[in-house]
Design a protein around this ligand. Structure first.
Ligand code: SF4
Length: 314
C-alpha cells in the first residue's frame, strides 16, 4: 500500500455514520451572539458565518468575531461545496465600507476578516470595494489589523492585486479549497495554478503582507496530494495554511467522502510545520477565519523571532 491509497482507520471514519462527535458544536444561544447578529443586521451587512452555515458561529459570535462578506450575498459562481446563493448580484452598496468600519468600531475588533462573493460581473471583480473597505477601516479604526479573503479575480488578477496590495492589508488570504484533481467537480470556475499565482504575486508586490491559504479535507483527496499542495504553497511563499473538515451544507452540494480524525489533522499540521509555514491551523472545525486574530498575532511573533534569529547569525 502506498501513500496514495485511502488512509486506513483511524485516519477517517465512513460517512454512512452520523457526524462524528468531534464535529458537534453547541447551538448559538448566548446574549453576545444575539448582539453580534443584531449589529450586523442593523448595518445591513452580510457575514460568511451565516451564509456559509459555519459550525463555529455560536463560539465566534459570542466573542464578537464575525467575518463580513462584502459585495452582496449573491455569487456569480456555483462551487459544489459552497452554500452562498448563486445568480445575478445586485448593485454594489456604496455605504458598505462605512458600515464595515462602524461594525469594527462597535465590536471593538483588534483584527477583522473581510471576504466577498465572486463578482465576475464587475469590471474589476470587486477589487475597488476591498480597497475602499481597507481605507475606511484604516481611517476610523487604525489599530484594527485587517485580513482579507478574496476571490481569484479571474481574468483581472493583476490590476486587482496591485490595487489591493497598495491599500496594505495585514494578511492576504485566498483559499485553494482542495487538491487540483478535485477542481473540475468542486471548484469548476477556478484554476488551481491561477490561485497559487495570485498569492505569489501578492508576495512579489509586498513581501511584508502575510499570505494565507486553506484547503478542506474530506473531499476524497489523498495524503500525497495534500502534501503536494503544501509544497506548492511553500513554493509560492505562503505563510499560513489552514485545513478543516468539509461539511456538506445541503444534499445538493458535494458529498462528504470521509470524516478526517483529529489525530490525522494533527499529523497533517506537523508535516506542514516541518515544511516551513510560519503558522498552521489544522483541525476538523478550522475555517479560514476561525481564531484569525489569535493566529495572526502568533504568526507575526513567529516572523519576528525568525528575523531576530537570522540577524543574530549575522
Ligand atoms: S469560523 Fe469564521 S466564518 Fe465561521 S463563524 Fe467564525 S468567523 Fe464566522
Amino acid at each position: 500500500m502506498n501513500d496514495l491509497s485511502t488512509p486506513p482507520s483511524p485516519d477517517s471514519v465512513p460517512v454512512t455514520q452520523r457526524k462524528p462527535d468531534w464535529i458537534r458544536v453547541k447551538a448559538p444561544v448566548s446574549r453576545e451572539y444575539g448582539a453580534t447578529r443584531d449589529l450586523m443586521r442593523g448595518l445591513g451587512l452580510n457575514t460568511v458565518c451565516e451564509e456559509a452555515a459555519c459550525p463555529n458561529i455560536g463560539e465566534c459570535w459570542t466573542k464578537k468575531h464575525a467575518t463580513v462578506m462584502i459585495l452582496g450575498d449573491v455569487c456569480t459562481r456555483a462551487c459544489a461545496f459552497c452554500n452562498v446563493k448563486t445568480g445575478m448580484p445586485r448593485k454594489v452598496d456604496l455605504n458598505e465600507p462605512a458600515h464595515v468600519a462602524e461594525a469594527a468600531a462597535k465590536l471593538g475588533l483588534e483584527h477583522i476578516v473581510i471576504t466577498s462573493v465572486d463578482r465576475d460581473d464587475l469590471p474589476d471583480g470587486g477589487a475597488s470595494q476591498f480597497v475602499k473597505v481597507i481605507n475606511e477601516l484604516r481611517r476610523t479604526t487604525p489599530h484594527t489589523t485587517i485580513e482579507i479573503l478574496t476571490p481569484d479575480f479571474r481574468n483581472k488578477m493583476r490590476p486587482a492585486i496591485e490595487a489591493i496590495v497598495a491599500a496594505g492589508p495585514d494578511v492576504y488570504n485566498h483559499n485553494l479549497e482542495t487538491v487540483p484533481r478535485n477542481y473540475p467537480t468542486i471548484r469548476p470556475g477556478a484554476r488551481y495554478y491561477s490561485s497559487l499565482r495570485l498569492l505569489e504575486e501578492v508576495k512579489a508586490h509586498n513581501p511584508l503582507i502575510f499570505t494565507k491559504s486553506g484547503i478542506m479535507l474530506g473531499l476524497g483527496e489523498q495524503r500525497l496530494e495534500v502534501h503536494q499542495v503544501m509544497d506548492d504553497m511553500r513554493s509560492a511563499q505562503i505563510d499560513f495554511l489552514t485545513m478543516g473538515q468539509y461539511l456538506r451544507p445541503t444534499p445538493k452540494h458535494a458529498e462528504v467522502k470521509e470524516f478526517v480524525t483529529p489525530a490525522a489533522f494533527n499529523a497533517y499540521g506537523a508535516i506542514a510545520r516541518a515544511k516551513g509555514f510560519l503558522q498552521v491551523a489544522a483541525s476538523p472545525l478550522t475555517r479560514s477565519s476561525y481564531h484569525a486574530g489569535k493566529d495572526f498575532a502568533e504568526m507575526r511573533a513567529a516572523r519576528e523571532a525568525k528575523l531576530a534569529k537570522a540577524a543574530a547569525k549575522g
